[in-house]
Design a protein around this ligand. Structure first.
Ligand SMILES: Cc1cc2nc3c(=O)[nH]c(=O)nc-3n(C[C@H](O)[C@H](O)[C@H](O)COP(=O)(O)OP(=O)(O)OC[C@H]3O[C@@H](n4cnc5c(N)ncnc54)[C@H](O)[C@@H]3O)c2cc1C
Length: 329
């Protein structure tokens, strides 16, 4: 591990100033991603900037029925907050399907969004990885790629975005508030994570001197049936092979609004707009669900070891939609 300097930011302005003074620095919130990767030599910041003293906590209902969540709210706090459990059960379920109680107690909202891939080649400094070392190649593409992406990949990178929470944020609709030298700006969550293309080391739209200060959830769908299904190699403390988050609002068995997003199969949190469009106005039954699943996976490009993920994701979608229908009030 490379030694690093350590600073505590006591204001947003100081946090930004530290970043500007040392471009090879990194913010630390819960530290559950950053410290792992620093110990593995995958991330090598020269300075770590602790942002835990910043006033980025709190969950607040806004006048327009949206919910604003501070960047430092922990995953555990968020999942158990009454407004989240009541109005955004998909978010609570997705968070609780991830990691462990201990990790969720430390992990923060912004840290979860910014977490890095679990691709074993990214995490092994002896392997070629365009994300870690631009231009070095991708050992996953011709290697053991069972865990990798079937959607959104490129010839440079097929690493999966690992977050469960982000699947829910994609389905719900979320705005990120970023703070930088010019003050605050907002960006739609759908535009935040980048596809790898030829530059997989560029993962998101956050500027070098910006930090995430809050996220705001779109107003809740009501009435709502919701389900998060996570399929994985073991039942707990494991990342998804395929996951599906579904939200349905129903009127007399007919689908009024549908939201569907996938995890574990794509290079970024994956919203399935075509599948949603196929569901709206249809009776909430098996035929509509299987057609939606086929549409969601129509562009899938399996690798040598992960064709099974297409089947798994298809089944996850159908089951999540079925569970969302059954859970509808
Ligand atoms: C054993 C283990 C199992 C896990 N299992 C799962 C799982 O099943 N599902 C899942 O979704 N996740 C899982 N995780 C990942 C976990 O959710 C993330 O590590 C966590 O959410 C990161 O949050 P953090 O606050 O600890 O981030 P940190 O480690 O502090 O930071 C992570 C990154 O975010 C940046 N960052 C932090 N805050 C900000 C900010 N406000 N603005 C800009 N950049 C910021 C940091 O610079 C760093 O690059 C697991 C982690 C571990 C260690």
């Amino acid at each position: 591990m490379k030694p690093f300097a350590f600073s505590r930011a006591d204001s947003l302005e100081t946090a930004v100033e530290y970043r500007q003074a040392e471009p090879n620095s990194a913010f630390v919130a819960g530290g559950t991603t950053l410290l792992d990767l620093t110990k593995l030599d995958v991330m090598r910041p020269s300075r770590v900037i602790d942002i835990n003293a910043l006033p980025l906590e709190g969950i607040e209902r806004l006048g327009d029925d949206r919910l604003r969540i501070g960047a430092l709210v922990t995953n555990a706090e968020l999942a158990r907050h009454p407004a989240v459990r009541e109005d955004y059960p998909l978010l609570a379920r997705a968070i609780l399907a991830g990691a462990s109680t201990q990790v969720r107690n430390m992990a923060t909202t912004a840290g979860n969004i910014m977490q890095r891939t679990r691709c074993p080649y990214f995490r092994d400094v002896a392997a070629a990885c365009n994300k870690r070392q631009p231009g070095s190649g991708c050992d996953a593409i011709g290697g053991i790629n069972r865990m990798h992406a079937v959607l959104g990949g490129s010839e440079a990178c097929v690493a999966v975005h690992p977050s469960d929470m982000c699947v829910a944020l994609a389905a719900i609709g979320t705005t990120l508030t970023l703070h930088g030298p010019q003050g605050e700006r907002e960006i739609d969550f759908a535009d935040f994570h980048r596809l790898p293309g030829t530059t997989p080391h560029l993962e998101h739209m956050l500027g070098d001197d910006e930090l995430i200060v809050a996220i705001t959830l779109d107003p809740p769908l009501r009435p709502l049936g919701t389900a998060y299904l996570k399929l994985r190699d073991r039942a707990s403390y494991e990342f998804a092979l395929a996951s599906a988050g579904a939200m349905l609002s129903l009127d007399d068995g007919m689908i009024g609004e549908a939201r569907l997003a996938l995890g574990g199969v794509a290079t970024r949190p994956w919203r399935c707009h075509e599948a949603e469009a196929l569901l709206v106005g249809r009776r909430a039954e098996e035929a509509a669900f299987t057609q939606a699943a086929d549409a969601a996976l129509a562009e899938a490009q399996p690798l040598s070891h992960n064709a099974f993920k297409v089947v798994l994701a298809r089944q996850a979608i159908v089951r999540a939609l079925r569970d969302a229908r059954e859970g509808h009030p």
